[in-house]
Design a protein. Sequence first.
Lengths: 216, 117
Amino acid sequence: MEIKVVRQIMEWNEDVSQAVKDQLKEKKVCMINVMGSPGAGKTSLILKLIEKLRNIYRIGVIEGDIAGQIDAETMEKQGIPCVQLQTQGACHIEAMSIQHILPMFDLDDLDIIFVENIGNLVCPAEFDIGEAFRIAVLSVPEGDDKVAKYPLMFSTSQALVMHKYDMLPYFDFDDKRVEEDTLDINPHAQIFRVSSRKGDGVDELVEWVKASIQTA
Amino acid sequence: MHELPVTTSICHIAVEEAQRIGAKKICRIIICQGEYTDYVPDIIQEYFNLVSEGTLAEGAELEIRKIPAVIHCGDCGKNSRGAHFRMRCPLCGSRNTELRSGKEFYIESMEVEEDGD
């Protein structure tokens, strides 16, 4: 016999994601999910944002990696409270992991949590983790076809950062194409051209982050 | 690889629903999947064969029905079929659009055997 079910397959993650979202809202903490390939410069970008935002906001970081704690050590050197999340091989972070980690922070003492997701252009995009918004990072050396090839992540992010933008003269990277491809799949995306190393474009991104935190 | 937790969830939900009505075996699970999601049906079936072992869902076949991505254009007012996650209206080129369907991912129904079937 046939029975009707109609249940969301992602329900386990969506329920927890909503609980995380509610908890953070109550504590007035804005969580930002930073996604992109390994080597896109997610850690450098987060460090740069922290440098510019830490005089106004109290910031914490969750570093997602498959193994090790290199990034957490980098954050701690900056005096930023940081928890390293090791996924033991899993290719993405789920809301449940964030829920387990939040008690390790004093949420009354934070305004922003950056989550550096696992370096991966595919899987993390499918999993809400309770974030207020997402930033996708695509670096110039990765190539200008990535938005077209891996659309989901770029279609679900509120902002795209074309990172290592100072490398533009050395690569055949058509930044206009990336912009067009992104807007085709995500018409409301905000697009930034940033070099964390040289500092170009950082201020524009910082202003957008500040404005987004206000409305989150 | 993100299909593994997804498949585990499919199996979990199916078994829970089957137990609720006292079914003794799940034969088929019908899943609706929007075109603007990123799960690979073949991988889901492969994983399913593993994660369903020893449960009521062991041996069940998954039928994944695609739900087309439909884009509604705020400028020309028409609906059209989307492809490759694009949100641009294929008729007039506008980006003033919204997705009417294509993000679905749920278990729609199941075929089960009850005692005495």
